[in-house]
Write a protein that binds this ligand. Sequence first.
Ligand code: AKB
Length: 329
Amino acid sequence: MLLNIARNFSSKKFFITGASGQIGKKLIPYLYERYGPNCVVVSDVNQTQFDVESQPPFLPLDVVDKEGFAKAVEASEATHILHLAAYLSAKAELQLQKSIDVNIIGVNNALEAARIHNTAIYVPSSIAVFGPTSPRVLTPDDCVVQPTTAYGISKVYMEMMGNYYHKKFGVNFRSLRYPGAVSSDPPGGGTTDYAVEIFFELLKNQEYQCFLSKGTELPMMYIDDLIQGTCDLIDAPEETLTRRVYNLGAISFTAEQLTSCILKYIPGTVTYKSDHRQAYADSWPMSIDDSLARRDWNWKHKFDIDLMTRTMIELISKQMHKPNPIKVA
Ligand code: AKB
């Protein structure tokens, strides 16, 4: 087996696809903080402005372009590919063929680029790999995975191909199954997006109609925890890992529990009217067993539902040029 030796800490350089998405927006400034200047080259299908002090170099890339992908990775001189480009669950169902291109062909191209240019590769996975035949409470890393969404199927494919490239070619592939990400940047077409929209709508209009039923419970995570967990896995010494793909957990709550927590701090009304996304949520876990990540590379989350709520209200109020409605003692 060829071994793709990880470079030392200070010499990491990241080539990021889908960099203008919900994760990329928060990840990029964090990478600068953690790994120093010149550590990032970003790409996206459209050039976008990145709201960070040092504007990262940008390479335009449609991830379905195999040759373009490999050339961009070479030009970036990256040690690590962070392949974030993906169509999330709800958007993938609406644009099926495009999502197959991006979520499946894009992953093939990313893994090939990593193999050819001898880089490490990190690709997010998701709780959407699980389906109605998986245990729904404290879902373990290894169990039946028979997802019913196109997005979930593409993430199972990605995990299996990543494992295959690791075993067959020694590619340093790593992945985390993210729960719903809660952040003050708008998400892009997922089922867990309600947990972000609710803050924006309540702060703007004092009302929100949730597209999931009030009892829908899902695993969730505040973005700072998710970003830190991602980099902790990327930096984890090879010998501490017992697998390439880990469950990542933090908190779980129902839509109603989130509403109650928010309404402690700001006024408003929330109603519930399920749409097509309810079925996706109902097929996913309610909570995740992430004990292997905690054991192998010391994963810990910091944000509980209350700290997450207060932080979201503070950040979104600031974005809206409004005073923080939460009085700091
Ligand atoms: C989605 O809702 O599609 C994503 C996910 C759970 O991966 N946030």
